[in-house]
Design a protein around this ligand. Structure first.
Ligand SMILES: C[S@@+](CC[C@H](N)C(=O)[O-])C[C@H]1O[C@@H](n2cnc3c(N)ncnc32)[C@H](O)[C@@H]1O
Length: 280
């Protein structure tokens, strides 16, 4: 039984980091004419109301997208991300937040393919209603770690995988590593983007180094720490994205983005970012 619902967290600081990086990766992929496939192994519901009781309960978006909404000094990549959130709110005010499938839907071209896995029955139903009939899109109500095997390599041999689990139990950390190891044997040149939470768990702290060991052809790791964990060390201090085979442009683009996000999203004086890479 899955307890996690992304609706509680939509638009928070972690979504800002993840979706800004996803936007940069997909813009890079769009520079070449050849079609590609995006596999979103943990897709969520696709889009979220920020006025609904889930988002309002914790108000996490107030410390995320809402802090960027009215800024007039956004770096180019953050402005691009915010413009997509604006496009998702065609009435004007910030009322809804796009999930990764909605960002994909806005960025992919007609010839590209979108493969979405979502295990939670309710979120799957919402996602299926939203995107299930769209051209080039397939929505699966099954395990994304397992399903990835059947999705790589894409016939065009261009592809991106977003792996964004809920890390509800400890098992997801090991499954991320195992499923990527398997996917790399099938499709070594794919771009693989993993999101992870910065929480007080040894598995979370070890994940970047375990992913590094899988990536013979280069990787990039970006982390944004915005708040102090509570007194017992719990809570989401920040989050990271780890990319295997990243676009070569990504490091320099994030050099502008991350210090800005620390300034605007940081909730304490020691908020910070980390940006490291090993180029191929
Ligand atoms: C962090 S949320 C995804 C958010 C989404 N990627 C976005 O950026 O908008 C994780 C989602 O994974 C779903 N999930 C959990 N385990 C899964 C699995 N093994 N396969 C597919 N989906 C799973 C959860 O129900 C949840 O909706």
């Amino acid at each position: 039984m899955l307890a996690y619902r992304h609706a509680f967290h939509a638009g928070n600081h972690a979504d800002v980091l993840k979706h800004t990086v996803l936007t940069l990766v997909l813009r890079y992929m769009n520079q070449k004419d050849k079609p590609y496939r995006l596999v979103d192994t943990h897709a969520g519901a696709g889009g979220y109301s920020l006025e609904g009781r889930y988002a309002q309960k914790k108000g996490e978006f107030e410390q995320g997208i809402a802090r960027l909404w009215d800024r007039d000094d956004l770096p180019e990549a953050v402005a691009d991300y915010v413009s997509l959130v604006r496009a998702f709110n065609s009435d004007g005010p910030l009322k809804q937040y796009p999930g990764s499938p909605a960002f994909a839907q806005m960025l992919l071209r007609e010839k590209d393919q979108l493969r979405l896995f979502e295990l939670h029955n309710t979120d799957h139903r919402i996602l299926e209603t939203y995107l299930g009939k769209e051209r080039g899109v397939q929505v699966m109500n099954s395990d994304g770690f397992e399903g990835l095997k059947g999705q790589v390599p894409p016939s065009s041999r261009r592809g991106v995988v977003l792996m964004d689990p809920s890390y509800e139990g400890h098992g997801d950390y090991g499954k991320v590593v195992a499923s990527l190891r398997d996917a790399l044997t099938r499709f070594a040149e794919g771009v693989y983007m993993v999101w992870y939470p910065q929480v007080s768990k040894v598995e979370a702290a070890q994940l970047p180094r375990r992913l590094e060991a899988l990536a013979p052809k280069g990787w990039l790791h970006a982390r944004l720490t915005v708040q102090v964990p509570d007194s017992q060390g719990f809570g989401l201090a920040g989050s990271g994205v780890f990319i295997l085979n990243p676009p070569y442009t990504l490091h320099d683009e994030l050099l502008n983005v991350l210090p800005y996000l620390v300034d605007v999203l940081g909730q304490y004086d020691d908020a910070e970012y980390l940006l490291e890479q090993r180029a191929s």
